[in-house]
Design a protein around this ligand. Structure first.
Ligand code: Y43
Ligand code: MG
Length: 194
């Protein structure tokens, strides 16, 4: 049975990755923009609250089940920043290029370059679902100061996987999905939905 699911995101990179991960499982994933859902506010200091807010917003406006992702890169030497504020680290409007430039600048004086990607997914069956399904994933790496690779999105060209000697932007889509915070969280979510 094909189930229509709204992806409560306007991020093209996330949309591509969720489509790759979910289409083999028989979900018909539709981006919220297909239903003219405007971007939700993300006022909270936690990933889970923002993801729940985004999922409810899309479910409310479409009348369909919705999946939201709130994610970011957490840098240990920066006390976990940019973290939940990753998308707007360098201010408005959102810009991957300016965010990456700021991150490299802020990390210059620090020897510890360790970081991790974190992703929370929230699935709601409808806007007032009292039992949202929540999953998360974490992916460890290091921030490098020169970009490498063309794949992925966001911070990927600067996120090195030391055990592979490659940045995330140097992985193909399948390998990123197999390893990523988002892939881990989605597999956990699907387990919970069974
Ligand atoms: O796999 C990833 N590879 C690279 N960068 C990533 C990844 N996963 C999250 N990130 C970064 C992008 C953005 O700076 C922030 C997410 O912010 P976040 O608010 O969750 O998403 P968003 O505003 O881009 O789209 P939306 O809220 O519509 O889903 O973390
Ligand atoms: Mg956002």
């Amino acid at each position: 049975m094909t189930q229509t699911l709204i992806l409560a995101s306007n991020n093209a990179g996330k949309l591509r990755e969720f489509a790759e991960l979910l289409s083999p499982l028989g979900f018909d994933l539709k981006p919220q923009r297909d239903f003219d859902v405007p971007e939700a506010e993300e006022p909270h200091a936690t990933f889970v609250e923002n993801a729940l807010t985004k999922a409810r917003h899309a479910a409310r406006l479409t009348g369909l089940p919705a999946l939201a992702d709130d994610s970011g890169v957490c840098v240990n030497a920066l006390g976990g920043a940019p973290g939940v504020y990753s998308a707007r680290y360098a201010g408005e409007p959102k810009s991957d290029a300016r965010n990456n430039a700021k991150l490299i600048q802020d990390l210059k004086a620090h020897a510890d370059k360790s970081a991790y990607y974190y992703c929370v997914l929230v699935y709601v069956r409808h806007a007032d679902d009292p039992q949202p399904v929540i999953a998360d994933g974490r992916w460890d790496g290091e921030i490098v100061d020169a970009p490498r690779g063309q794949g992925g999105f966001g911070y990927d060209p600067f996120f090195l996987l030391p055990e592979l000697g490659r940045t995330v932007a140097e992985l193909d889509a399948e390998e990123k999905n197999r390893r990523s915070h988002r892939g881990q969280a989605l597999r956990q979510l699907v387990e919970k939905l069974r």
